[in-house]
Design a protein around this ligand. Structure first.
Ligand code: PGA
Length: 257
């Protein structure tokens, strides 16, 4: 089964209610591009307002706490974001790993909590520039993913549907310069192997692997033409309907694979 390309906007800490009109425009455009699955991860405060109005796109969160509730001032649980209308959560983004000292073990605990709350997850991974230049990017990403993804377990059903991996090299995020198609192809192939090792051919062979890091309408088509690229996690270029849907349009074009 070939899944539809998955194009996810990560609004990061951008967006007040004034941005709802942009979300509406994205939702309307998504209704005309049904070959692509379009999703938005706005700040927590906009999950419910966008979910309430959206007819086509799914809405997700950018993080969740690993506990279901309790004395955790300022935190928000997977159950809460699901209650607000979120269908998925982005976990392990490098901005959380770096800015909030999130370890692989913590990210894994969050992933397990999210799945238990009925959410899908987008598990981020990616190396920094020093690791890339030292030639150990593949080993680093494999180890990071192995320690962050939920452990294979009989209770873990529907991996292919519920787990997406986002490869986001840190040096490509917000820099305007995406990774080369060769680098993306190599890493996605390695991630596919790991997913099959962990979850088996049927599930691990089908889960989506998406790329993130300076994806824009101008470079989207060449990135989507790389084998094993099943979509994109888009930061800056997801903030306007025009640029975000330009990327979705490129994902809907037929490619050779
Ligand atoms: P960018 O961010 O598209 O602005 O590079 C991607 C991300 O961090 O998810």
């Amino acid at each position: 089964m070939t899944r539809r390309p998955y194009i996810v906007g990560n609004w990061k800490m951008h967006g007040t209610r004034a941005m709802l009109s942009e979300a509406r425009a994205i939702d309307r455009a998504a209704q005309r591009h049904m070959k692509v699955e379009v999703a938005l991860a706005p700040p927590f405060t906009l999950i419910h307002p966008i979910h309430r109005e959206a007819e086509q796109i799914s809405v997700g969160a950018q993080d969740c706490h690993q506990a279901d509730g309790g004395a955790f001032t300022g935190d928000i649980s997977a159950t809460m974001v699901a209650d607000a209308g979120a269908k998925f959560v982005i976990l392990g983004h490098s901005e959380r790993r770096q800015g909030h000292s999130e370890t692989d073990a913590l990210v894994r605990a969050k992933a397990e909590a999210a799945l238990a709350a009925g959410l899908r997850i987008i598990m981020c991974c990616g190396e920094n520039i020093e690791t890339r230049e030292s030639g150990s990017a593949v080993a680093f990403v494999r180890a990071q993913l192995k320690a962050s993804l939920p452990a294979p377990d009989e209770a873990l059903a529907d991996v292919a549907e519920r787990i997406t991996v986002a490869y986001e090299p840190i040096w490509a995020i917000g820099t305007g310069t995406a990774a080369t198609t060769d680098d993306i192809g190599e890493m996605h192939t390695e991630i596919r192997k790991l997913l099959v090792e962990l979850y088996g051919e049927e599930q691990g062979g089908e889960a989506r692997i998406i790329y993130g890091g300076s994806v824009k309408p101008e470079n989207a088509a060449e990135i989507f033409a790389v084998p094993e690229v099943g979509g994109a996690l888009v930061g800056g270029a997801s903030l306007t309907a025009d640029s975000f849907m330009g990327i979705a349009l490129a994902a809907g074009e037929p490619t050779d694979h």
